[in-house]
Design a protein around this ligand. Sequence first.
Ligand code: ADP
Length: 918
Amino acid sequence: MPLPPSLTTTAPGALPQLLDTLPALLWTMDEAGVLVGSTRAWRETTGVAAGLFTAAFAPQEARSLLGAWDAARRSGQPLRWTGPLRQADGTSRPCVVEACPLPVGDGAPALWGANAMLTTGGPGPAPVSAAPGEPETRPVAQAYAHTFATLVEHSPFGIGVVDADLRLVVVSRGARPTFRTVGPLPGRDLGEVLRLIWPEPLVAGMLGHFRHTLATGEAQLSTPPAARGEGDRHPEAHDWRLERVFLPDGRPGVVWFSYNLTGRQDWESRLHDSEAFLSAVLEALPVGVIIADQTGRIVQDNAANRDLWGGPPDTAGWEKYGEWKGWWPATGERIRAEEWGLARALTRGETVRGELVEYEPFSARPGEAAAARRFYLNNAAPVRNAQGLIIGAVAAEQDVTEQIAVERAQQEDAARVQLALAAGAILGTWFWDLLTDRFRVDEGFATYFGLDPALGREGLSLEQVIATVHPDDRAGLIEAIEEAITRGGAYAHQYRVRHREGHYHWIEANGRVEHDAQGVPQSFPGVLLDVQERRAVLEALQSSEQRLLELADNITQFAWTADATGTITWFNRRWYEYTGTTWDTMQDWGWTAVHHPDHVERALQKFGEQIRLGEVWEDTFPLRGQDGAYRWFLSRAVPIRDAAGEVTHWFGTNTDVTEQRRAQGQLRDLNASLEARVAERTAELRRSNAELERFAYVASHDLQEPIRTVGSFSDLLARRYAGQLDERGRQYLTMLQQGAARMKALVDDLLTFSRLGGEQSALRPLDLTVPFTEALARVQARVTETGAAVSAGPLPRVLGDGPQLAQLFQNLLGNALKFSAPGAAPQVQVGAVRHGNQWQITVADQGIGIEPAYQERIFEMFQRLHTRDQYEGTGLGLAICRKIVERHGGRLWVESTPGEGSRFHLLLQDADAAPDGR
Ligand code: ADP
């Protein structure tokens, strides 16, 4: 990526300025290791500004480093060396030194670029103290003379130095084309040389500038018109920058940087050189570098930056920096476009030093699934042109993610230990120096055991520590300690120690014996854990197990345990009492001997199957008692599993079910005989019912004839001979007639009822109006007599037996007329409502009504609620009705309120509906 001219025109000053902003220990040197140039960070960290770069290392390290560098130069490979760097303040810090040859022009002496990277302790070199771009005006040391001349000589930029007499000291390779017509330059007078290539006014002006700088130390910039060449003879135009320097002899001189503005060819080649130089330096840097022009557009970056960001930032201007994912670590807030160091350097001319930034790379790093947040220290500075205008900015980023991670892990570790201590899990820590045999404990340890904390810090003897241990546990403890010291490595032991309040407390010591390479025990650090509660739980568990076994021994059932394969491991006492066996004979499936030979095979097979499946086993079989008799047992075994779900053993019981089985058998027999008896009884009832019905029929049928005879002869007697009887005789005769009529009614009803017990003729579709009209005709006399009002809605077609339905309506209408309210003419309504494939027919009256208690009983034979004096009747009417409705596959019931009336409902099949209701 070519640098924009705006940035390269100030190239002579821009390069050192650029390097100076970097927080890197960076320098260039010649083949002898003499410093040519260096960053301010290098100079301030090491205090070495000139001479051999190895002056920044202790003599022994310097020899090793020079040896390594020699080898690198011979092989042409880059140098890489690790060792301590000596800082200006005399302290040392580990670092990695890298150096590689830089591209220089043909025939020019070799130049090496190098950097030292501090690897621990802090974020890198301390920020430089002076602002970049300040002219370097302190006296140049004698040792620097050669370096200075070399730097100038080989510079691809136009650089020249004059002494206090304005005589040329040195002119750079890059400046020589300007003076190509002049011949050898060093030692010659500047004015004389300039007059050979420039017209007099230009020369005079330029010399004036030189003198001014020499006298005042002010840097100056010559304006292009003043440096304009003389038409076709000297076509170059130059931009000159003058700065005062102190030369090796201690006297002031002036260094100029010139830039040829017209020599296109030259311009490009020098541009190339400067770019190549800059690129090489940048690429070698372990610090990410971004260079932006004045709009914030990224014009160059280096490999370290691309590694850091996981790709090159592709940004058209600083307003777009908002797309970079960055956060301020202190607040967690996203870094806005204008807040980035580079943007601040550009827009406000700010110099940013070691600012911590949390960021997310554009892509995941190798070995990472997704881009994760990281940290870097940001440095940024504006780049100004000769007029002091900001023409760009440079940022340097040093990745400190790992350092921060280590710091955080350390903080977390410390916090965890604090937490464990605070939670009381750790009672204290100890450090036993085995070489001095002193035992140091922390405050927690000391307080817990009532020891003097001061003593704990100075060190106790092992005897003092052992003295706090429960006498019973001392021998074991000493043995465990000796074993750990001999063996080396981890140590854990539980024992009781005396608490400061006097009681003994279970603790667990956890430590580690460190041996040196020769196997000599060095130290024995560790922590003490409170295990009092754990021990208490364990003891409780043991005693609860004991209790369980006692319980198991005393229950009436047999109990046993088996291992995962089904091999019995234990029987309770009841088992031995019943079977009369011993553990010896029971082991290894010996228990099968007490099984009944007819059942043992089946039981074993089923048990084996459940063990294989790991499911509950249940079986019933006989076991032989010690008296030789078998009793039945219900046996169950459940698998017991560990935390991983594996069956570890089985727990089984056998419950005596002999009595239960006997009782069950008896119950079964009893049930069977009961069922038989019920069936017998039902058949008997059915038979006697049929007989009864036959009897009722025969009786009523055969009674009809004599009753009719009595009735008709008593009527005859009344008609012909009533006049011959006295008053009493006529009374007797009337009673005779009434009795005969009643008897006739009774026998008629009885006959009707018993007829309904016979075969039912098939139901036919019929219009219900027909039987209703017939019934109404039969009760017409009574309707007329009582002045009753009988109304009927439209009646449906139903499936039925016409004469029976006429009988039904006759009885219901008769009752409605009969049981009317005293002194009022009866009101009767008949209606029909459809319910699916059935019709509900209702006969309603407003008569005396029926008490709820009797509303069911009235449908039974001979059930009447009144005496004959009150209401005539046989008590058979509703029984006949119910029988008729039942024979029609329907239902008859009553709703009634005493004093208000009754509603008799019945259900009949719709004539046109299919019998199953579809
Ligand atoms: P009865 O021949 O006495 O009418 P039923 O079997 O027809 O015999 O009726 C039994 C009894 O039911 C009646 O004696 C009467 O007490 C009561 N009963 C029947 N129908 C009605 C009704 N519509 N209103 C009031 N009571 C009634």
